[in-house]
Design a protein around this ligand. Sequence first.
Ligand code: C2E
Ligand code: CA
Ligand code: CA
Length: 544
Amino acid sequence: MKNQESKRMNFVSFIVRNYKIIAMIAIVLMLPSVYFLVYMTGGITYSFSHTMYIPIVLAGVFFGPEIALLVALAAGILLGPMMPLDTELAIPQLFINWFFRLIIFLVLGFISGFAAKRLRLSSEKIRSLMAYNQETKLPNTNYLSCAKAQFSHESYAVFTLLINNATNIGDVLGMEIYHKLVHQVYDDLQASFPKKSLIIQADTNKIWLAKPYYDLNLDAQLILKAISYSRIINGIPLYVDFSVGAGLVHDGTDCQKLSTYRVSDASARFAQENNLPYVVYDDSLIRKRSEYDLLATFTQALADNETFLVYQPKIDLETLKPIGLEALIRWQHPEKGTIFPDQFVPIVEETKLIHNLTNWVLKRALDKMWEFQRMGITMGISINISAKNLYDPQFYDRTMQVINESNVAKHLLELEITESVLMINPEASKTMLERFVNQGIHIAIDDFGKGYSSLAYLSQFPIDVIKIDKFFMRQIIQNNSAREIVKATIQLAKQLGYKVIAEGIEEEEVMKLLRTYQCDYAQGYYFSKPLNDQKIIEWIHQHT
Ligand code: C2E
Ligand code: CA
Ligand code: CA
């Protein structure tokens, strides 16, 4: 049954694709056929000659007036001088007889061809009118079916751009300004992706872009770079907030189907719901979804104090006494149990929620330091800072406000920042760090050695402490070069005036080695695992 159905579909699509050739063959065959029909039935006296209208009208409908006139001329000659009035008696036609018929054929061919052509032109005009958005004059989803020649069989990337603040802009400034804005976004995209790409306005707040596949992440970033800036429209600076979704299409001709964009639409919605600039659709989106479900509950978790801090001591390698603590976040999930930061901090870091997280950690750490201070213990705490924090223009003010509200001495606070974060924008991070350092706050470079920057390069930043990544401590016993790197780093860092701390110390042997290299401080399970609120106080009492 299914086989028959698909055969029928193939046949229909064959006819649709080749209808012009089929019509031409039919016309060419019909001309001599009608001639023979009229001849065999006794000549033009009998009314079979009217059959000749069919190929003439067909030619008009399918090929326009010019071809129809040619067919009419051929038909007029076949049924004119070449056709006797009576075949048996061999009586020829009068000139006026066949000439008048020829004129009628020509008129019929011209009228049918002309009418069909007009009809076709106006239907094309309607179609093209429908293919453009009336307000913005930009191509819309109907345009996809018109853009036939656009797509080849290679892989394509499709993108959905959602304008998140469309309603806001429209409500406050009016739709006219909003439409102008959409047009500008469209122009920016077209300037960035000129070759073989197709851009359409799929909805009031939605733009689709299809282009030959290259790299989804890179293209999504290029799109955001091209469109994310504040525009001046009618003298008003406007910031447009976008969520971009990306998807891959293996056969480019599918780009003409509306359903193809469902993939990028879903990714864009996902990006929108989770405050992400862009999301690339892949198999891991399903996995990501569960991660983001976790994210959805994170705000509440912070408010409900499901999160808590643990503290890991940092030890002076000369005196073997603690010189400070690192605060590390944990999440006591009601169903999932204790969740470690590696499982949620990277997701939180992709969203604005990282500001809430860091702020929460800062407050807690300051509270803890205040608690120590009241107990007569001077104990500094370092907290971890994310890239998003450092490059947030409000980060400094917000952080200083919290610090100033507490009674803790500023020099007890240390911010740990990974070297890779500094390298995103060295100039901006340098300025930001200087502001903190001017307030007496210390800066440590976390995970040093994981990135590619040299100590000499880092010397331009106002840094106090270099924290050598735990990766090297795992290797240091067996691996000669790891040992040499650690030794040289410690030497150079000290020459440059930094304090050096090694993290991830699990064995006595490693600790001893570091002492011979004159490393200042160390941190790791060998001394203590990160401890909760209560246990850290006991530990400090025992070790000071
Ligand atoms: P990190 O800043 O490099 O923190 C050190 C990590 O190494 C901690 O993992 C710590 O528990 C672990 N560690 C300490 N001593 C040893 C050791 O001897 N051996 C081994 N194998 N590991 C050791 P944790 O607490 O799971 O944190 C993981 C990462 O999560 C941190 O790496 C940091 O990047 C991030 N993180 C933790 N808390 C926060 C936070 O409050 N804010 C931000 N932005 N990130 C945080
Ligand atoms: Ca750290
Ligand atoms: Ca580290």
